[in-house]
Design a protein around this ligand. Structure first.
Ligand code: HEC
Length: 328
């Protein structure tokens, strides 16, 4: 296999970019989860408020509102004034769901980004008829945990929380023939009836405009965050450079010196024999190797000198022997 010619530093920098990209994506997913939980928490807060408001209205059964006229009420009472004036005083009663609808209409016109409404698969007031998301939600809240259902629809986060019928609700939403006359008078006897205690009454449906995270990424990532990311990159690169690459370069030079027989000292100052630093271990090992090589070379040289010596002596001896034999 062909080995890459790139330096460790460049390959590490490339790896670092991949790591940062993967981490960035992971952070993005985490951010998205947090954002989703945050949207859900907002929606749950809205539902909580709507339910609390309904409970407040329900404390007196209904709330009574004084006014000249109204087109949104359950029943009406008119009284003569005590101060002999001819004008009558009118009171209009509002049950919880009706008051909640009026509340939702006021909120819809307000600056609050979160809007809500109450709807049902069987609405008493046609104004409360469910839209496409709410029809899906009504069919799904029953099966989903906690009676909740949420989805993104056209840039909005939409959340639905199931509302169940209690004993007290059945007076108006049960058998139409037993429903209060004012309910029948104003809403007829066709729709919004036939429920039993424990039935799914409907949903509180919340709509919150959702931001696309990748479009608003610069509102999360500022100068501080970028500086932190760059600093961590620089730290990692600095570590690789000073702790790995620089020592490896020094060792390469030392090995090269040894191979060419140059006797340059290897710097092992401050390195402990029992060090856990792998490059210090390698440096010490190479230093030992160099010492033994030097020793071997020295011995070889001595042996060579000795051999040359012996050879010379032998030559002299041979020559002498030859002379001697010629003399005879
Ligand atoms: C006093 C009679 C009465 C009682 C009691 C009552 N409701 Fe209603 N409910 C109504 C009326 C009237 C409406 C229509 C309000 C409107 O005009 O928006 C309605 C509407 C609703 C709606 C909105 C969808 C639709 O049908 O228009 C839901 C959901 C609902 N009621 C649930 C409940 C639950 C749950 C309870 C018990 C906690 C309850 N209601 C008790 C009279 C009643």
């Amino acid at each position: 296999m062909k080995k890459s010619k790139m330096s460790i530093a460049s390959r590490f920098a490339a790896l670092l970019l991949v790591i940062i990209a993967l981490n960035g994506y992971a952070y993005y997913l985490i951010l998205q989860n947090i954002y989703l939980q945050e949207l859900k928490a907002q929606a749950q807060t809205v539902v909580g408020n709507v339910e609390a408001f309904g409970t407040w209205v329900a404390q007196g059964g209904r709330v009574w509102v004084k006014g000249k006229s109204s087109d949104s009420f359950l029943s009406q009472e008119s009284f003569a004034q005590l101060n002999d004036s001819q004008e009558q005083v009118h009171f209009f009663s509002k049950n919880p769901a009706l008051a909640q609808r009026e509340f939702s209409e006021v909120v819809a016109k307000s600056t609050s980004p979160a809007k809500f409404r109450m709807t049902s698969q069987n609405v008493m007031n046609p104004v409360n008829a469910p839209d496409a998301f709410e029809i899906t939600a009504l069919s799904k809240v029953g099966f989903f945990s906690g009676g909740e259902y949420a989805d993104f629809v056209g840039g909005d986060y939409r959340y639905a929380k199931a509302v169940y019928h209690k004993e007290s609700c059945i007076a108006c939403h049960g058998d139409a023939s037993k429903a209060p006359a004012d309910v029948i008078n104003r809403y007829g006897s066709q729709h919004g009836f036939g429920f039993k205690t424990g039935d799914l009454a409907g949903i509180i449906s919340v709509t919150i405009p959702a931001r696309k995270l990748y479009e608003s990424i610069w509102s999360f990532v500022g100068i501080k965050e970028i500086v932190l990311i760059l600093t961590s990159m620089v730290l990692a690169l600095w570590f690789v450079r000073s702790e790995l690459i620089a020592p490896i370069k020094r060792l390469t030079q030392a090995a090269h010196d040894i191979s060419t027989g140059k006797d340059m000292p290897i710097d092992t100052e401050g390195m402990d024999v029992n060090t856990k630093n792998e490059l210090h271990q390698l440096t010490l090992a190479i230093s030992r190797m160099k010492n033994s090589t030097n020793l071997a070379i020295k011995k070889m040289r001595e042996a060579k000198t000795a051999a040359v010596d012996i050879l010379a002596k032998a030559k002299v001896a041979v020559a002498k022997a030859r002379d001697d034999s010629q003399d005879k």
